[in-house]
Design a protein around this ligand. Structure first.
Ligand code: ADP
Ligand code: MG
Length: 444
């Protein structure tokens, strides 16, 4: 814990003081071949998300039914339409999250994607700190040589700097859009410092401040005497961030100006659960990528269902929502929301399915519940040690800088490992379940 406090593996506690972030004492073992395959998928997911974001009709059609009773989703769709083309340069900072499950045969692992995060993909900073902690703990042991290095901040900063440079005016700044009361501030600061080291100015504001104090001058977003080159959103992914008209105005200013928005409303929507579900259909995926890319991506798809579509069960085909009522432990019900804590499991899921009609169910997707093999872990959180069964979710960070189909940059820049108690359903670190970890090459 003292190492964590001394090296930035930290967050703000509930009373405002600095406390260590939750971490594991040991890295998570992974077959290097599996790890390499995941890293190789990152540019493909980046490209897929970019192409989906460019397809406004597809976004509108696919999200339309869910948006009908969801003002937040509707407004994002309207924004995406209204601002199309405001800035042709696209910058994405994504994170694709996976669980590893036992494949066919001993020692064979298969990665199943949980989701692709296209907005506020966090923990690039603290992930590198957790890896450094494990390096410290392993020093002088045979494990030290098998730890997998991790510095996603360098990759994120490189991508943000490349976009900033293309706008051609070194006086313009990078705007970090933050939630008021954010406790994961040091994770964000590590990226800010990396930008400042590259000579890039950084300003920090909430969406509400951008709306209240910002303006557009000659196409440029101006705030506090600065012109913004890149607007990097670590807020704005949920309706709670838009509790005032100023906050929506802030998002609109970012979208309508020539600032490179990470992400745009369209790119944010491309990462929604409904889009993930529809892309799992072969004919839909095929519209956005080549056959070999589609094959590689679909190898990571878990079962994803529209609640009304038939699913083959042992006793014959059932609409997915009926199958989930009968076998709740095999499914997760997901609304069009980001940021953790929104998914419905078990009784919460069945209660909703029992009382909703088809129009209400259209706001959700059903996903096969992924069951990774539990492993014993030592997890440290808020000063307490927990020794128990755990599962680990691996995220791969990807950056993409593109002008239409021309990709200036598209690569994997590192990983995140979050380890949670095997009996906890959600995995978020901020939500208090996940513990930051790292990867080690498995011994066999
Ligand atoms: P969010 O956008 O809220 O982060 P996610 O889809 O990432 O939504 O789900 C949050 C957490 O719930 C994940 O980190 C994971 O721990 C758990 N989870 C999500 N989908 C599944 C699934 N299909 N099977 C098992 N656990 C899941
Ligand atoms: Mg997630």
């Amino acid at each position: 814990m003292d190492w964590a406090l001394s090296h930035g593996l930290v967050k703000l506690g509930a009373n405002g003081g600095v406390i260590h972030a939750p971490f594991t004492l040991e890295p998570f073992p992974i077959d290097p071949a599996v790890c390499g395959r995941l890293a190789a998928l990152t540019p493909l997911y980046n490209r897929l998300a970019r192409r989906v974001a460019e397809s406004l009709d597809f976004l509108s059609e696919t999200l339309g039914p869910a948006a009908r009773d969801d003002p937040f989703l509707r407004r994002l769709l309207e924004l995406a339409r209204a601002s199309a083309g405001a800035q042709p340069l696209q910058l994405a900072i994504n994170r694709s999250d996976y669980f590893l499950v036992a494949g066919e045969g001993p020692g064979v692992w298969r990665a199943l994607q949980v989701e692709l995060n296209t907005i506020a993909a966090s923990y690039a900073g603290l992930a590198s700190r957790a890896q450094a902690l494990h390096g410290y703990l392993a020093a002088g042991t045979p494990e030290a040589g098998r730890l997998l290095a991790n510095d996603p901040i360098a990759g994120l900063a490189e991508a943000l700097a490349a976009a900033w440079k293309r706008l051609g005016d070194p006086r313009r700044v990078c705007l970090f859009v933050l939630q008021p009361g954010e406790r994961n501030v040091f994770d964000q600061r590590l990226l800010e410092f990396a930008l400042r080291e590259r000579g890039i100015g950084v300003v920090r504001h909430s969406l509400e401040e951008v709306g209240g104090q910002g303006s557009i001058r000659e196409g440029k977003l101006a705030i506090g005497g600065h012109a913004v080159a890149v607007a990097y959103l670590r807020a704005g992914y949920g309706p709670g961030d838009y509790s005032s008209p100023d906050a929506w105005r802030g998002r609109e200013l970012i979208e309508r100006s020539d600032a490179v928005a990470v992400p745009t409303a369209a790119a944010q929507l491309a990462g929604s659960k409904k889009i993930q579900q529809v892309l799992s259909r072969e004919e839909v995926l095929g519209r956005f990528c080549e056959a070999d890319e589609a094959r590689a991506l679909s190898g990571t798809f878990a079962g994803l269902y529209d609640p009304e579509e038939p699913v083959a069960m042992a006793e014959g085909a059932l609409p997915a929502w009926r199958a989930a009522l009968e076998f709740p432990q095999r499914f997760v019900l997901k609304p069009q929301r980001e940021g953790g804590g929104n998914n419905l499991f078990d009784e919460e899921m069945t209660a909703l399915l029992r009382t909703s009609d088809a129009a209400e169910r259209a706001a959700y997707i059903l996903m096969e519940r992924i069951a990774p093999a539990p492993r014993r872990s030592l997890m440290v959180s808020e000063g307490a040690l927990r020794d128990g069964d755990s599962v680990s979710e691996i995220g791969r960070f990807g950056v993409l800088l593109a002008d239409g189909e021309t990709e200036h940059l598209n690569r994997d820049v590192g990983y995140l490992v979050r380890t949670k108690a095997a009996d906890s359903r959600e995995g978020g670190v901020s939500a208090g379940f996940g513990h930051l970890s790292s990867l080690i090459e498995s011994a066999e």
